[in-house]
Design a binder for this molecule. Structure first.
Ligand code: C2E
Ligand code: CA
Ligand code: CA
Length: 541
């Protein structure tokens, strides 16, 4: 829908628009462009809305319903016109529109003062009504008449000295709900929700827009007080809401902040906690600074990851694998590390592998490590060090039909014989991604190892038909080793692998006792901090 046409229709319906329609439309289009530019601007400055509000007065669109209509229309119509993170766009639009109304009121006041001299008594009364109405709109939600976000912010910013708590209540799946109900029914629903929440005593209730309500408590003694209010609110909203000839059940989720130094940032904190609760499918979640910091860090890393793969910030570390009978180094495992610019220790896979898998970046990253490791292996081979180079494969890589051809190509260009490369895959990946790719890799002469055996739903049966030649026992397998039952498990697993013609590597060996035990049990290879930690190219090439 063309927003300016809708806008013009809206304002002419509720008030007088001077001039030719086409000219009015052009003026509105200009204002709309300014608003869009203001939402996009970096850094974002909501004060741009003040001038736009004043321009509305200049356009003589001055009846209070006009500004109400305008704000309403823009709240819904503006966000879809701006690209970017929808939550951030919404936040900006909300702030901007607050300034549009402020600017509007200020400009009107100026205009009113100028006009006052020529005004008769009844006109003066009209203007006073206009102003009260506008001021009310600045602090009240237009649908429910409850205090709005702006007012809650002001309260949060005003120090009380004591502890306070904020419960941010969100109606689950509200956007879909509002879509299917239509605007009038949705407004009716919000009004009914507000009426029930008004029954709660001892809290300051605000309507922050659409699906969000804020409940502010004074003199709390801990988060429990706020959680209790969240539960009361949920109970108050539990009964179905009659709507026309049917009724509707709502589900709500709460984000909770409690403590001594509230501020406007509490709104953001509570919103974050609300997000956590929804993610974890909990009824509520309490804001924790450490978790918020971890979130921020993850977001920063997520934003930096795409270009990091391209700009070569990743390196392969290598951890040696030892033959247990004579402690000879027979191979290395390549492990990805992220060396972020600006120094500091490199980041390990827990910080980026899941992220890379979710975004598909594991493909270029995995390929990069594979190429690096093959070239390093070839260099060692030329220098007289004959090592098996192990590289981890993600399930996503394994699902690529071109993988065998890619691997053959990489080996060829690096000059590494296929038999010197071992690809490590997890059992679930092997089971999900099918046998054909593994078979083709095995036919190239590449060795395959089953990684992390003993975690997840490992089953000895799969070992008998997968084309693997090595099993890597997960470090967890060693955890209980020493206790008789765990030792027997290990002994039998190793024996079974041998019966199937598979060699066995134990991971995560951290003590001499573990090394000795595994040697006694007939385990072939070992890897772990007890021998060596992963490091950048540990042997001269
Ligand atoms: P993994 O394949 O099981 O690799 C072994 C992990 O155990 C490595 O962690 C290694 O540093 C760690 N480790 C080695 N010895 C010991 C020990 O004695 N005690 C303990 N506690 N840990 C030990 P890292 O480097 O953090 O890698 C974690 C996982 O990330 C790897 O587990 C692997 O699944 C994945 N990964 C690493 N590099 C790549 C890669 O290039 N591609 C893919 N797809 N995954 C990778
Ligand atoms: Ca591995
Ligand atoms: Ca492993």
């Amino acid at each position: 829908m063309d927003l300016t046409r809708e806008w013009l229709r809206g304002v002419t319906r509720v008030g007088f628009v001077p001039g030719v329609r086409a000219r009015a439309r052009a003026a509105l289009q200009e204002l709309l462009d300014e608003l869009i530019a203001a939402v996009r601007a970096e850094p974002f400055d909501p004060a741009a809305g003040d001038r736009i509000g004043a321009e509305l007065v200049d356009l003589r669109m001055s009846a209070p319903p006009v500004i109400g209509m305008t704000v309403r229309l823009l709240t819904d119509g503006l966000p879809p016109l701006v690209e970017g993170d929808p939550a951030e766009v919404r936040r900006r639009v909300t702030l901007l529109l607050e300034h549009v109304t402020t600017g509007f009121v200020a400009a009107q006041r100026d205009a009113a003062v100028q006009a006052a001299e020529q005004m008769n008594r009844s006109e003066k009364i009209h203007w006073r009504r206009v102003q009260t109405e506008l001021q009310r709109r600045l602090i009240e939600d237009p649908v429910t008449g409850l205090p709005n976000q702006q007012q809650l912010r002001q309260l949060l910013a005003a120090p009380t000295g004591g502890r306070r708590g904020l419960c941010l209540l969100g109606i689950d799946r509200y956007p879909e709900l509002a879509d299917s109900l239509g605007q009038d029914n949705a407004d009716q629903l919000l009004t009914a929700v507000a009426a029930r929440l008004r029954q709660l005593t001892g809290v300051f209730l605000a309507h922050l827009g659409d699906d969000e309500f804020g409940l502010l408590l004074d003199d709390t003694t801990g988060t429990d007080d706020v959680v209790k209010v969240a539960d009361q609110a949920r109970r108050a909203l539990a009964a179905p809401f009659p709507l026309g000839d049917h009724s509707l059940r709502l589900e709500v989720t709460a984000g909770v902040v409690e403590g001594r130094n509230p501020g406007e940032h509490w709104l953001r904190d509570a919103r974050l906690a609300l997000g956590w609760a929804r993610q974890g499918r909990h009824e509520h979640a309490v804001y924790e600074p450490a978790r918020a910091e971890a979130d921020r860090r993850r977001h920063r890393l997520a934003a930096a990851l795409p270009s990091a793969v391209d700009s070569g910030e990743f390196v392969a570390y290598y951890q040696p694998l030892y033959r247990l009978t004579d402690r000879a180094v027979t191979g290395v495992e390549a492990l990805a590390r992220w060396q972020r610019p600006g120094g500091g220790p490199p980041l390990g896979p827990p910080d980026f592998i899941t992220l890379a898998e979710r975004t598909g970046l594991i493909r270029p990253l995995g390929r990069f490590i594979l190429e690096r490791a093959c070239r390093q292996g070839a260099a060692w081979l030329r220098a007289g060090r004959d090592l098996t180079i192990s590289v981890n494969l993600s399930p996503l890589q394994l699902s690529e039909p071109t993988l065998p051809a890619d691997v053959a190509d990489i080996l060829h260009r690096a000059g590494l014989p296929a038999g010197r490369l071992q690809l490590e895959i997890t059992e679930s990946a092997a089971l999900d991604q099918g046998y054909a790719t593994l078979q083709q890799l095995a036919e190239l002469g590449v060795r395959l190892a089953l990684d992390d055996f003993g975690t997840g739903y490992s089953s000895l049966a799969t070992l008998s038909w997968l084309p693997v030649s090595n099993v890597k026992l997960a470090a967890e397998f060693l955890a209980g080793a020493g206790a008789p039952a765990a030792t027997e498990m290990l002994r039998h697993t190793i024996a079974l692998c041998h019966a199937l013609n598979l060699t066995v590597t134990a991971e995560g060996i951290e003590t001499a006792g573990q090394e000795e035990l595994l040697r006694d049990l007939g385990c072939d290879y070992g890897q772990g901090y007890h021998f060596a930690r992963p490091a950048a190219a540990p042997f001269a090439s």
